[in-house]
Design a protein around this ligand. Structure first.
Ligand code: HEM
Ligand code: NFK
Length: 275
């Protein structure tokens, strides 16, 4: 009997009647999705890169939603755990660009015409993450009118305060101030000096405001990773298609560079210049 032969030592070998690994993970569905780009060698890389990104985004949405609830309930420690996890998810997504970067313009051009008008611009989960964090451009929900569920989820998200608004209200409450987070917005967050002033008090006396200080740094961490994702994306895009227009109809790299200017949690960045 081989030392490595667990089959003969009691490992369960038959799954005709029991749930197996593949059953729990739904691998039948995940590994047999259609690959319309399989006429080109790199089509599989392109598809898997996006599919895995969407899976990680699904987890990020799950964590960010629960994190917002934890903050609303004043459970900061639980929220920290989730914010750390989301930052790690972005780290994972950031490393994934290294795989895609191995694709040259010649290889991408072989299948780009088959993409038609499809584009990451139409990623509903990506948009939901932006909306959750507070970067809300209501007009973009139109892209999802043909798919009622994602569309409804995006519209519903705009009726909730963003994670950042919830964090601001929590800070105000703990600092004994009236809430400054404001009502749910469909046009994103407008920076407010009073909010920056309160963050400043937190940063000037971390010992007294330790939990808020930690919250602030977790949020900055998250945005830091998010910014790296945007930067990796635009650099990879420039490397592969230069300044061509995007299949989604935007100006491509010019549009993506503009997006590098987005500030998700503006006061947390601006306060640094005041310390
Ligand atoms: C060959 C690789 C890629 C190229 C050439 C590319 C190109 C582009 C371009 C040109 C845009 C602008 C919209 C348009 O007009 O199409 C865009 C947007 C976008 N792409 Fe990619 N992309 C690539 C890979 C990825 C990957 C791996 C993801 C991960 C999911 C992704 C997600 C997105 C998202 C979410 C947007 C919308 C960004 C926003 O609105 O701020 N892209 N991409
Ligand atoms: N916008 C890209 C196409 C593209 O990247 C794409 C197309 C279909 C599915 C995912 C995509 N990825 C990210 O934008 C381009 O202009 O080449």
């Amino acid at each position: 009997m081989s030392t490595f032969d667990e089959a003969s030592k009691g490992a369960k070998m038959s799954f005709a009647k029991d749930k197996s690994y593949g059953d729990y993970l739904g691998l039948d569905q995940i590994l047999t999705t259609e690959n319309p780009l399989d006429m080109a060698h790199d089509g599989l890389l392109f598809i898997i890169q996006h599919q895995t990104s969407e899976l990680w985004m699904k987890l990020a949405i799950h964590e960010l939603t629960a994190c917002r609830e934890a903050l609303q309930a004043g459970e900061l420690r639980q929220s920290f755990k989730m914010l750390t996890r989301v930052a790690r998810i972005f780290e994972q997504l950031n490393s994934a660009w290294d795989v895609l970067r191995t694709m040259t313009p010649s290889e991408y051009t072989a299948f780009r015409p088959y993409l038609g008008a499809s584009s990451g611009f139409q990623s509903y989960q990506y948009r939901l993450i932006e909306y959750l964090l507070g970067n809300r451009i209501a007009a973009l929900t139109k892209l999802h009118e043909h798919t009622p569920e994602p569309h409804a989820a995006l519209v519903a998200e705009m009726e909730k305060p963003s994670l950042y608004q919830v964090a601001i209200d929590l800070m105000c409450e703990r600092m004994g101030e009236a809430p400054l987070g404001g009502a749910p917005e469909a046009k994103g967050w407008t920076p407010k000096q009073e909010v920056q002033d309160l963050w400043q008090k937190v940063y000037e006396d971390p010992t007294t405001h330790w939990e808020l200080y930690e919250l602030a740094e977790k949020l900055v961490d998250l945005e830091d990773y998010f910014r790296r994702w945007r930067f990796n994306h635009v650099t990879t895009v420039e490397r592969i298609i230069g300044f061509k227009r995007g299949t989604g109809g935007t100006s491509g790299v010019t549009y993506l560079r503009k997006m590098l200017e987005v500030e998700l949690f503006p006061e947390l960045w601006h306060v640094r210049g005041a310390l």
